[in-house]
Design a binder for this molecule. Structure first.
Ligand SMILES: Cc1ncc(COP(=O)(O)O)c(C=O)c1O
Length: 448
């Protein structure tokens, strides 16, 4: 169990030596306050872990600084948002200069047009784009668009893939293929229209599609990153594209995580597969709140007011986030040949270091990695879908997580999330990270 005393007394070179570490732990005090006014003390469930999360004061590059003045190397990176690193100077400058001209208009701006044009330039399926604010909004609207376009009702999603916190997709597999709500307050009227099937199983998908003629869309994370990171089998995504096209089903790539991260044109460019619609968020503005639904003109044109699919939002296309997104994408376009190989190399070095140590300690845990994303699963078995991911020991993960944190390494606090590398992670960060993973693996081995 994560021990606050140990965290507070941790003496690593990243600790500010001006801090009196014998002082009471401010994160603990803040969490006590938070619990009285914020449900469970956090504004999103994954941010909580036992006994309480640390609170952050500031961030820059690859590092975050806690309210107790402890600096950690961050591999959560805003759950994948901060591809260029925390508080990236070029993006922050763009935001600061926009502030002089106003922060919200709810009237069209030239920058929105410029951003949509940039997205069309780099994303293979992007004929038209509508800007929204969160990934959840983007996937909800994409599904609504698909239903309106096909005049069909049902949707297919994959076990372990996450598409946001709305009723269409907060669904798990029930008996007879009928989805059941995963949240109280969600109703069966929605979940029963969602079919949930295993990832990486083309025959199951084919069977469901051939049996059911009311399927509007298949929505998929091309690289699932919400059950830890999972790699699609060779040809799997191609087969999904083929069968959805044959059966007039809209294929939605949910690229909220992979977009602008796996490559400039996301998973779609990486695998050379064009979905009908795609959703983006996170890395598209390096941490500023913006998302996008993009895709084929004939589908996108159904959006109101020209079309009959309603979608609206006060903050959609707000100039702050749009400025951040333009600055991010322009930098990625200009430096893609350096940035993507560099981040992949950083990730490779970390994963290589972890694998070497696993071998050295004769521990048969599994690592999955692609591009700038990786995860270590506490199971000896191959992890290629939700069922195999769930075989991981979450108890061991928690012990490991606590050890890493004490060594100044912050990874997402769940076995079923993904670690993200940014362009700001340095060689020194990698050395320190591998050292800390090594140390934490030794500690885990001691209790096996
Ligand atoms: C693949 C994917 N889609 C959609 C979402 C929802 O995005 P948001 O949290 O911005 O609503 C997430 C969030 O993590 C995600 O990982």
């Amino acid at each position: 169990m994560y021990n606050t005393e140990e965290f507070g007394s941790y003496k690593h070179r990243y600790i500010s030596h001006t801090q009196n570490l014998s002082m009471s732990n401010r994160s603990e005090l803040l969490f006590e306050r938070a619990k009285t006014v914020i449900p469970s003390g956090v504004n999103s469930p994954v941010r909580f872990y036992e006994p309480y999360p640390f609170f952050v004061a500031s961030s820059k590059g690859s590092k975050i600084v806690t309210v107790d003045h402890i600096t950690c190397i961050d591999y959560c990176m805003g759950y994948g948002s901060l591809l260029l690193g925390h508080a990236h100077a070029h993006v922050m400058e763009a935001v600061k200069s926009q502030l002089d001209y106003g922060n919200l208009f709810c009237i069209p701006t030239e920058k929105e047009v410029q951003l949509a044009e940039l997205i069309s330039k780099v994303v293979p399926c992007a004929e038209m784009t509508r800007l929204v604010t969160t990934g959840s909004e983007a996937t909800m609207s994409a599904i609504r668009l698909a239903r309106a376009f096909t005049k069909k009702r049902k949707i297919i999603k994959f076990e372990g893939c996450y598409h946001g916190a709305h009723d269409y997709v907060l669904v798990s597999a029930g008996s007879n293929g009928i989805g059941v709500p995963t949240s109280e307050g969600s109703i069966e009227g929605f979940s029963s229209q969602t079919m949930v099937i295993p990832y990486n199983d083309p025959s199951e998908l084919e069977q469901v599609i051939k049996k059911e003629d009311d399927i509007a869309c298949v929505i998929i994370e091309p690289i699932p990153a919400n059950m830890g990171v999972v790699i699609p089998d060779k040809q799997y995504l191609n087969e999904i594209r083929k069968i959805t096209r044959q059966m007039d089903i809209v294929l939605i790539f949910d690229e909220v995580i992979t977009g602008f991260r796996l490559s400039l044109g996301g998973a779609s460019e990486f695998f050379g597969i064009k979905p009908d619609l795609a959703t983006f968020a996170k890395a598209m503005a390096n941490g500023f709140p913006i998302a996008a639904i993009t895709g084929k003109k004939e589908i996108m044109q159904q959006l109101a007011p020209g079309g009959k699919v309603y979608q609206a939002s006060t903050y959609a296309g707000n100039p702050i986030s749009v400025s951040a997104s333009i600055a991010t994408i322009e930098k990625l376009i200009k430096e893609k040949n350096e940035i993507y190989p560099r981040i992949a190399k950083t990730c490779d070095r970390i994963v290589g270091g972890i694998k070497d140590e696993l071998e050295h300690l004769k521990l048969s845990f599994t690592t999955n990695a692609i591009g700038s994303m990786y995860q270590l699963f506490f199971t000896p078995e191959k992890v290629d879908d939700a069922k195999s991911a769930k075989k991981s020991s979450t108890v061991m993960f928690k012990r490991f997580y606590d050890e890493l944190l004490q060594n100044g390494i912050f990874i997402p606090p769940s076995q079923f999330e993904t670690c993200f590398v940014s362009n700001a992670h340095s060689e020194d960060d990698v050395d320190k990270t591998v050292e800390s993973y090594t140390d934490a693996l030794h500690k885990v081995k001691e209790v096996l």
